[in-house]
Design a protein around this ligand. Structure first.
Ligand code: HEC
Length: 227
């Protein structure tokens, strides 16, 4: 009886021990799968950079000939490939029928991201379109790919905004108090900077940086900007 009990226990125990390696293996497999999944999720995460200033975009990573487009400061770029000092990037934005060469960050908000050379609009890939209910204008979502020099970008948008804020806080306060970015819309800032920009005496590129900063922190855009 005792032996039998012992035997039964041993059998149970043995069966248990027999399963243990499988349970263990399953746990290891699960851990490995999870690790692999996390790794692939990490690799699949978009590699995002931002234009530090006006950049040229080329069809090939050699800078030969004229760029087919200009990309403007703070334009969000997804890196597809890195080769030498070059990056193949994709940017997405919005343009209007009849004015396809000019691409903006948001529909109806004139935050310039791309200007294509004439006859280069065929490089734009059409995404979805929307109709602005206020103006009844159709805005077309577009994607554009090209090669840019990697020294022209930063992964850190905050450094671009810090530089812009410094200029805004020092150069736009010479004649009056510092204005509040979100007191005006992104499009109002375009008109305002046409007049105020040149008053700073700064080069055009610096004026554009201030404008872009103000537009991304305007009444109708703050919060839409992806960090
Ligand atoms: C050389 C002086 C000067 C500088 C520099 C200057 N402003 Fe002005 N700003 C003015 C004057 C004067 C006005 C009053 C309105 C006008 O001139 O039309 C004004 C008005 C404004 C207004 C109010 C406009 C309105 O109609 O509500 C805003 C906003 C503004 N400036 C923003 C800026 C920004 C941003 C900069 C920097 C890029 C800047 N200003 C640089 C002189 C200046």
């Amino acid at each position: 009886m005792r032996l039998f009990t012992f035997g039964t226990n041993r059998t149970t125990d043995g069966a248990f021990r027999g399963r243990a390696p499988y349970a263990c293996l399953a746990a290891i497999l699960a851990a490995l799968l999870l690790a692999a999944f996390e790794k692939s999720a990490g690799a699949g995460e978009p590699d995002i950079v931002y234009a530090r200033g006006t950049l040229g975009a080329w069809a090939d990573p050699d800078g030969a000939g004229k760029p087919f487009a200009k990309l403007f400061v703070a334009t969000r770029l997804r890196v597809i490939e890195r080769r030498g000092g070059w990056l193949r990037v994709e940017t997405r934005g919005w343009n209007r029928e009849g004015a396809e060469r000019v691409v903006y960050a948001f529909p109806g908000k004139r935050i310039l991201t791309v200007a294509l050379r004439r006859a280069e609009t065929g490089r734009l890939n059409a995404l979805d379109s929307i109709v602005d209910p206020e103006t009844e204008i159709t805005w077309n979502g577009v994607a554009l790919e090209g090669w840019i020099e990697d020294r022209g970008v930063t992964p850190n948008l905050a450094t671009i905004w810090e530089a812009a804020w410094d200029l805004f806080a020092t150069r736009c306060t010479v004649c009056h108090q510092r204005r509040i970015p979100h007191h005006y819309t992104a499009n109002q800032w375009v008109s305002l900077l046409k007049v105020m920009g040149p008053r700073t005496g700064l080069p055009k590129e610096r004026q554009r940086l201030i404008l872009t900063y103000l537009q991304h922190h305007a009444r109708d855009t703050a919060g839409e900007t992806k960090p």
